[in-house]
Design a protein around this ligand. Structure first.
Ligand SMILES: Cc1ncc(COP(=O)(O)O)c(C=O)c1O
Length: 385
């Protein structure tokens, strides 16, 4: 068996989910919303299953969806993408990331990764033959510096896998950070694989700036999005990949032999959804921001040191200033067993030298769920002190 997968331990996500079930906990560990998602988009999918075409769609995706993706990014992010040559539909962002790594990496190539990071990255990079080079981000701001990038980039750097907005930290990177990263990509000749699945889930009036739109990056970026996050329908697994034709040609070959296609009915519904009026996107953000504020205010009232939550479904607390006698993992285990609230220790998002004081909560939940969690969390800090 292949040792990269065979030797992967049981993930902390599985452990926490099991504990959450066993202890009938309020589960703020997993990152999916309580909300059922927009009814008109779900109805379109249902109609497409009954009335539509349910056979293999084109390998690159339904033309109507590829056009809708290009138009959506023109409207929201000012990008000029050719839907025929520069947009491909995949089975979720995860397939897009996996395909991009397989398509771009030769064995021995170095891949720059920013930790904390989405758990799929390291096994996929290693299985593609890549050698991970880590940039270690830490609270409270999770930003990278020129010095950090200078250490991670080498003449062997082929790919940078960059997640913005960043899960788990909820950071939305500023223009100057993107400019710095772009300079390093240009200088080293690396291609940036940009995981932008959280691009619409950003708060406080922020605008998402895609790295592919930065000067010099148009020909050296793979931009990846996900309908699951845009429409709060995380199980749909419809991903978008955008890249210049010379890169896309190779990405398409990987996609051809991984999944080949993505369910056409869901693609049709996503094509419809992407053309929804701006209000839908503004309302989605406003509702999530309201949930964030409700939960953050509740946590602060309980004396939890809350970190800035600029985007994603997550808010983090940094236990370090409290001087507790336990790390994030033991804290989370105690929280689920004694207080019946499940959260995720952020050390799980590091491959090495983890930050061990930060705990992630998902706030994309109904008010009643958040209030129940806050109720149970009272006293959680007192006992640990
Ligand atoms: C950073 C990041 N990338 C990728 C994904 C997966 O996206 P998809 O469900 O479209 O595969 C997630 C899901 O949480 C994520 O947080």
């Amino acid at each position: 068996m292949n040792c990269i997968f065979a030797e992967l331990p049981v993930s902390v996500f599985e452990v926490m989910s099991r504990l959450a079930r066993e202890h009938a906990a309020v589960n703020l560990g997993q990152g999916f919303p309580d909300d059922a998602g927009p009814e008109d988009v779900r109805r379109k999918a249902a109609e497409a299953v009954i009335d539509g075409w349910n056979q293999y769609p084109p390998m690159m995706g339904l033309p109507e969806l590829r056009h809708a993706v290009a138009e959506h990014y023109r409207h929201w992010q000012g990008l000029a993408l050719d839907p025929e040559q520069e947009v491909m539909i995949t089975s979720g962002a995860t397939e897009a990331i996996s395909g991009a790594l397989l398509a771009l990496i030769e064995p021995g190539d170095e891949v720059v990764l920013f930790q904390p990071m989405y758990d799929a990255y390291v096994p996929l990079v290693r299985r593609a033959g890549g050698v991970p080079k880590y940039v270690r981000l830490q609270p409270p701001h999770w930003r990278f510096t020129e010095e950090m990038l200078s250490e991670a980039f080498t003449p062997l750097t082929k790919v940078v896998l960059f997640n913005n907005p960043l899960n788990p930290s909820g950071t939305v990177y500023a223009q100057e950070d993107l400019e710095l990263l772009a300079r390093f990509c240009e200088r080293s000749g690396a291609i940036a694989v940009c995981d932008e699945v959280w691009e619409h889930v950003i708060f406080d009036g922020r605008h998402h700036v895609p790295l592919i739109g930065m000067p010099g990056m148009r020909e050296r970026c793979v931009k990846i999005g996900s309908a699951g996050k845009i429409f709060s329908l995380t199980g749909w697994k419809v991903g978008f990949v955008c890249a210049a034709p010379s890169i896309m040609r190779v990405l398409a070959k990987a996609h051809q032999f991984i999944t080949f296609t993505t369910p056409p009915n869901l693609q049709a519904a996503v094509a419809y959804g992407l053309t929804k009026a701006d209000d839908y996107f503004a309302d989605m953000r406003r509702d999530l921001q309201r949930s964030r504020d409700r939960f953050v205010n509740g946590l602060r009232a309980l004396q939890f040191p809350v970190l800035d939550a600029q985007g994603t479904y997550f808010v983090n607390v940094d236990l370090a200033p409290l001087g507790l006698n336990e790390d994030d993992e033991s804290f989370c285990k105690r929280l689920v067993v004694e207080h019946k609230v499940a959260a995720i220790p952020v050390s799980a998002f590091y491959a090495d030298d983890p930050v061990r004081s930060v705990v992630r909560f998902c706030f994309a939940k109904r008010d009643s769920t958040l209030d129940a969690a806050l109720d149970r969390l009272s006293g959680a800090l007192r006992r640990a002190a």
